[in-house]
Design a protein. Sequence first.
Length: 87
Amino acid sequence: MCLYFVKNRCDEERAEHISDTEKANFCDYFKPSNKTFKSVDKQKSAKAKADLAALFGDELPVKTPEDESLSPAELADKKLRDMLNGL
């Protein structure tokens, strides 16, 4: 998931070599790659979310037009406030 990890090896010259990648390790040069979890198919993603919600008995969140204009931070704040108001 690192930007520098290409073809099963690290391309960062200053990074320490990790011989056992199955064990926990730490790298000062780790930079998350934006290509790792990119969703390509919106329909497939929506179906997967619906299947998971059905599996766990949850309801799918309903987006309002107001939600579309909010930034991700504002949307998270709104969801948190709605959740706390329901208690």
